[in-house]
Design a protein around this ligand. Structure first.
Ligand SMILES: Nc1ncnc2c1ncn2[C@@H]1O[C@H](COP(=O)(O)OP(=O)(O)OP(=O)(O)O)[C@@H](O)[C@H]1O
Length: 346
C-alpha cells in the first residue's frame, strides 16, 4: 500500500547539512494502522511528509497503491496526492470559511460537481459527528471539533490512505481518546489505511497494528506492536516501553527489602497476565516473590502487564526461577538491584 524504499533526506542549510532520514525502508499494508514513534528530532515529520512528497526525498523511492510517486510528473503527482489524505497537529483550517466551505473549497478546486460536493460534505460531517456545525466558523469550535472538520475534509477526497502528523498532540487526554476512536472507526468502516506519526506511546498502544521506532533518522525497530513492545531490543524502544509503566523504586524501599535475591521487572502479554506464574514459581523453587509495583495496560486488543518483583532467595534458586519465568514467555529484565545478606550489593 505504502512502500518507502531506502529513503534519505538531507537538509542543506548555509554551510551545514542535516541528514534527517538515513535510508529508511518500511511498508504499510492495506487496511492497517501503522504508527511511527520517536523522540523529537528523530525524523518522523520528514518521513511522513515524504510519503506524499510534500518533502522530496534526496534518495530512494516512494510507492503508494503500487504507483511510484517519486517518478511522476508534477501534474500526475497532484492527481495521485488526492488519494492521500492528511491531517495535522494544527488542523490547518481556513479561519474565514465555514465548516461547510472548509470541506467544499478544495473539492471545488478539483472540479467536483456542486451536488456531489453537497453530498460528500453531508456524508463526512456525519461520519465525524458534526452534522450540526456546517455553518460554524473554526473560531467557534473546540480543538477536537476542529480536528474532526480536518478529518472530514481529508476524507471528502475519498482517499485510500490517511496520513496523520501528530494529529492528537495539541488535544487534551479525553479529546485525544475521542479522535483516536474516530480513526479506528474510519479504518474499520471505510477501510482506509492509516499511517501516523507520534511521540506518545498511548497513541500507538490504542490504535496501531504495527509500529516503527525511529531514532536519529533511522528506523531502529519495526513489526507488530505487540511483538516490538513485548520484546524490545533497541534502548529507545525499551525507554518507550518503560515510560508506560513508570515503576517507582525508592531508596527507602530498597533499604528495607532485607533477605537475599534480585529485583526484576516482568512483562507479559495476553494470557500470561492471567496465569499465576509467580505463585507457581514459589512452589517450584525455593524463592519468595514479593511484588513491589504492578500495572496492566493494553496494546490495542491485547492486555500488557508489568510487575516489579523482588525474588527473595539464594542466588542459584533465584536464577532457576528467572529461567522458568522466561520459559513462560514472560520478559524478565534485571532492575539492576541485587540484595545479599540484607544489603544492597548493586
Ligand atoms: N526544513 C528543514 N530545514 C532544515 N532542517 C530540518 C528541516 N526540517 C527538519 N529538519 C531537521 O531534521 C531533523 C528531523 O526533523 P523532524 O521534524 O523530521 O523530526 P521529528 O521526529 O518530527 O521531530 P518533532 O517531533 O520535534 O517535530 C531535525 O534535526 C530537524 O532539525
Amino acid at each position: 500500500m505504502i512502500r518507502l524504499d531506502n529513503i534519505s533526506k538531507s537538509y542543506v542549510t548555509n554551510r551545514s547539512s542535516i541528514d534527517a532520514l538515513k535510508g529508511v525502508t518500511l511498508e504499510v499494508k492495506k487496511g492497517e494502522i501503522f504508527g511511527v514513534i520517536g523522540y523529537s528530532g528523530a525524523g518522523k515529520s520528514t518521513l511522513i511528509r515524504c510519503v506524499n512528497l510534500l518533502e522530496k526525498p534526496s534518495k530512494g523511492k516512494v510507492f503508494v497503491d503500487g504507483l511510484e510517486l517519486t517518478s511522476l510528473s508534477s501534474k500526475k503527482l497532484l492527481a495521485s496526492r488526492r488519494k492521500i489524505g492528511m491531517i495535522f497537529q494544527g488542523f490547518n483550517l481556513l479561519k474565514t470559511a465555514t465548516v461547510y466551505d472548509n470541506i467544499a473549497i478544495p473539492l471545488r478546486l478539483t472540479g467536483v460537481s456542486k451536488s456531489e460536493i453537497g453530498a460528500r460534505v453531508d456524508k463526512y460531517l456525519e461520519i465525524v459527528g458534526l452534522s450540526d456545525k456546517k455553518d460554524a466558523y473554526p473560531s467557534q469550535l473546540s480543538g477536537g471539533q476542529k480536528q474532526r472538520v480536518a478529518i472530514a475534509r481529508a476524507l471528502s477526497n475519498e482517499p485510500s490512505v490517511l496520513l496523520s502528523d501528530e494529529a492528537t498532540s495539541a488535544l487534551d487526554p479525553d479529546t485525544t481518546e475521542a479522535i483516536l476512536e474516530l480513526l479506528l472507526k474510519i479504518n474499520d468502516e471505510l477501510g482506509i489505511t492509516i499511517l501516523l506519526i507520534t511521540h506518545e506511546m498511548h497513541v500507538i498502544q490504542k490504535v496501531c497494528d504495527r509500529v516503527a521506532v525511529m531514532e536519529n533518522g533511522e528506523v531502529v525497530e519495526q513489526g507488530l506492536t505487540k511483538d516490538v513492545f513485548t520484546s524490545p531490543s533497541h534502548p529507545t524502544t525499551k525507554k518507550f516501553v518503560n515510560s508506560i509503566f513508570n515503576h517507582q523504586l525508592t531508596n527507602e524501599l530498597l533499604e528495607n527489602l532485607g533477605d537475599n535475591g534480585e529485583i526484576v521487572s516482568l512483562k507479559f502479554l495476553g494470557h500470561s497476565s492471567k496465569d499465576p506464574a509467580l505463585a507457581v514459581v514459589s512452589k517450584k523453587f525455593d524463592v519468595y516473590p514479593n511484588i513491589l509495583s504492578g500495572n496492566i495496560t493494553q496494546l490495542k486488543e491485547h492486555p500488557f502487564g508489568s510487575l516489579l518483583v523482588h525474588i527473595k532467595g539464594e542466588e542459584s534458586e533465584v536464577q532457576r526461577a528467572i529461567q522458568y519465568l522466561k520459559e513462560q514467555n514472560i520478559q524478565v529484565e534485571g532492575a539492576g538491584h541485587h540484595v545479599k545478606n540484607n544489603k544492597r550489593i548493586s
